[in-house]
Design a protein around this ligand. Structure first.
Ligand code: SF4
Ligand code: MSK
Length: 653
């Protein structure tokens, strides 16, 4: 094994700023001010957007503008390029009511949607597989630097899987748990084991609808089969399989990613940290960790603490090494290690534009392919690390569990060595970070409640907590950055509704100050009392995108305590600013699990009235839950409150 892995440049090296800086830097100051404040509610991001405009550095918002007007047929889901007889578009006014193969609008829209959903389910589940494989390799002694951190959770999972534990070492148990979970991806026992965590009533609904997830890979492969030309021709049947595929993600791939990450890196406990672009430090080597999978970033945290690296940083003239998170890799580190968080999806280019970032280390998912172009205007190095996610212009380290620690050290070394290249006059750290609390795993919530979920159920029954809502998902330039998340959360807590959040939604609310106990002053009287008594914020950070599975487990526990199905709970889901295929899968497994879910961005389905009707109404007859689409977060809050009150009434509370 190579002691000091060396990076290779992917594609060509970007040495000089690649952007047409002259084009934008000519913008007049008034336009800059108006545009920047119209793009985000994150104050520090406003300053950085203005900076990028003055410097002529292109961002996601500029590219969104350049893409206007976006194709109406694609937006409505009415274009298809699935096969070589196409591409086809449905344009009834031009008598184009079917594609060349004969597919109508309903079928084309449904197939496109299943395609999107399946991509998301595959991304989450492949991430899960990577984590499980690392556990297995840790068990058999082939992974470098990893260990079993939460033995209690390992034992619990072993019991669920029927893995023998008595008289065995944790490594032996990990090996068998890892092997058993790897089988879950292609198992032919016709049920994903963790789906048994759902309450009996919910499982009964799945059985009746024929959507019990059989295995993770099987549902994904079958989905791709069904959307091949000449296979699925019934839009409803296609969408039903979408629910099953999504359940295989939520209760399978994502749940494995969450639980096995907990086993290896520790189950999150309530902690306090800092968030926003102000977490960068002028006198430190700054390294941001971006993407989703904690396998490498956990090692980077260890490597950055290595005395050799600290000494090197000092030698280079820095006071130390400052690690900051971005997106869900950041959420994973924040939840378990309290690593400060630089921001969410739309902060990724702005972090680079501070001029204070020595390296951005990425794994996979939600990473703009153009980051090396942005970085080429500064000294920042983009370091890619996944064979699945090579990025042109990045420095690529071939990272594997077998060389994890050596690779992490080599990456940190490269970042530290880059510190002298920073141009101090170009550094702009736009303000101070704000405090946030994180680490609200299901286990941490249970512990805070005294060991059972009964007190939470009692608070719901008494009305102190009117209900609970999972706010999840991304940023999307179709919505003012963070506005959807923060406005919805504020309105819900004002109405005594507890918010639990993951992903970029959580980061948005953290930046807005809603994740500290003193934010309880914004809550209604019941929720405020609960927060003050328990010393918790009204908006709880439950983790990364795959950690939406924690929300499923929490709902399952509440439902079991009440002896009802998840669909009967006064609960809902929301994705006010979603963009990614993974969010489609998350929304679908929420709904399939019985959770009414409100989307802030219209999926590409408007071209089929039948598909819209099925997803927003018809699914109630299948899984007792449905989607709604409401771009205005205040109106979305109204829908959710009405739904929660209806569920409370039905439960007689
Ligand atoms: Fe056109 Fe049908 Fe081929 Fe799609 S599958 S591109 S609608 S012919
Ligand atoms: S990172 S999937 S933008 S939440 Fe999970 Fe954020 Fe959405 Fe990526």
């Amino acid at each position: 094994m190579e002691e000091n892995p060396k990076p290779a440049i992917v594609g060509r090296k970007l040495e000089t700023c690649e952007l047409d800086r002259a084009k934008m830097s000519l913008m007049n100051p008034k336009v800059i001010e108006e545009k920047s404040s119209g793009r985000t509610i994150d104050d520090l991001a406003v300053k950085m957007i203005q900076h990028t405009m003055r410097e002529g550095i292109e961002t996601v918002w500029d590219r969104f503008e350049m893409q206007q007007p976006q194709c109406k047929y694609c937006s409505d889901g009415l274009s298809c390029s699935r096969c070589a007889m196409g591409p086809c578009r449905i344009i009834p006014e031009h008598h184009r009511e079917r594609g060349v193969c004969g597919a109508d609008a309903d079928l084309i829209v449904a197939r496109n949607l299943l395609d999107t959903l399946t991509t998301g389910a595959a991304a989450h589940s492949d991430h899960g597989r990577d984590i499980v494989e690392t556990l297995y390799k840790t068990g058999i002694g082939e992974a470098q630097g990893y260990e079993i951190t939460d033995e209690v959770k390992l034992q619990k999972i072993a019991a669920e899987l029927g893995v023998e534990t008595s008289g065995r070492t944790k490594e032996e148990i990990a090996t068998d748990v890892g092997r058993s979970l790897l089988y879950e991806f292609g198992t032919f026992k016709n049920k994903v084991t963790f789906a048994d965590r759902a309450p009996g009533q919910t499982k009964e609904l799945w059985k009746k609808a024929g959507i019990v997830p059989r295995s993770v890979d099987r549902e994904i492969v079958e989905a791709m089969h069904r959307i091949h030309m000449g296979v699925g021709a019934n839009y409803a049947n296609i969408l039903l399989h979408g629910l099953r595929t999504a359940l295989g993600d939520g209760w399978g791939g994502s749940m494995m990613a969450t639980d096995i990450s907990d086993v290896m890196f520790g189950t999150p406990e309530i902690n306090q940290s800092k968030v926003n672009l102000g977490v960068l430090k002028e006198d430190h080597v700054n390294i941001s960790l971006h993407g989703h999978n904690p396998m490498l970033s956990e090692m980077i945290v260890r490597a950055a603490g290595d005395p050799e690296m600290k000494a090197l940083a000092e030698k280079m003239g820095a006071k130390g090494i400052n690690l900051v998170g971005l997106c869900c890799t950041g959420n994973e580190l924040l939840m378990r290690k309290g690593v400060p968080m630089a921001g969410n999806h739309f902060n990724q280019e702005l972090v680079i534009a501070t001029g204070a970032l020595e390296a951005m280390v990425v794994d996979y998912q939600c990473i703009f392919p153009s980051l090396p172009r942005t970085a080429s205007c500064f000294h920042t190095k983009i370091i890619s690390t996944s064979e699945k996610s090579k990025i042109v212009g990045s420095y690529y380290f071939d990272f594997h569990p077998e060389n994890a620690y050596d690779t992490a050290k080599a990456i940190v070394r490269m970042a530290v060595a880059n510190f002298p290249n920073r141009v101090q006059e170009r550094v702009l750290i736009p303000g101070k970070p704000v405090d946030l609390m994180a680490g609200f795993s299901v286990e941490a919530i249970q512990a805070a409640l005294g060991g059972t979920f009964k007190p939470l159920v009692d608070l719901i029954a008494s009305g102190d907590i009117r209900g609970a809502v999972g706010i999840v998902g991304c940023n999307n330039p179709k919505v003012k950055h963070d506005f959807g998340h923060v406005t919805l959360a504020k309105e819900l807590i004002k109405n005594d509704i507890l918010c639990v959040e993951t992903g970029c939604a959580a980061v948005a609310c953290g930046k807005a100050g809603l994740m500290m106990p003193d934010a309880a002053f914004l809550a209604g009287p019941g929720l405020k009392g609960v927060c003050n008594k328990l010393g918790i914020p009204p908006v709880l950070h439950m983790g990364s995108c795959v950690d939406c599975s924690r929300i499923l487990v929490l709902l399952a526990e509440l439902a079991k305590t009440l002896d009802v199905g998840i669909d009967q709970l006064p609960a809902a889901g929301a994705a006010p600013e979603w963009y990614s295929q993974k969010a489609v899968s998350i929304g679908s497994y929420f709904v399939a699990s019985g959770v009414y879910t409100v989307l802030g961005v219209m999926p590409k389905i408007a071209g089929s009235g039948n598909v819209v009707e099925l997803l927003t109404t018809g699914l109630n007859g299948v899984v007792n839950a449905s989607f709604a689409v409401e771009p205005d977060p205040m109106a979305a809050a109204e829908l959710i409150i009405k739904h929660i009150d209806g569920k409370r009434k039905a439960l007689g509370i």
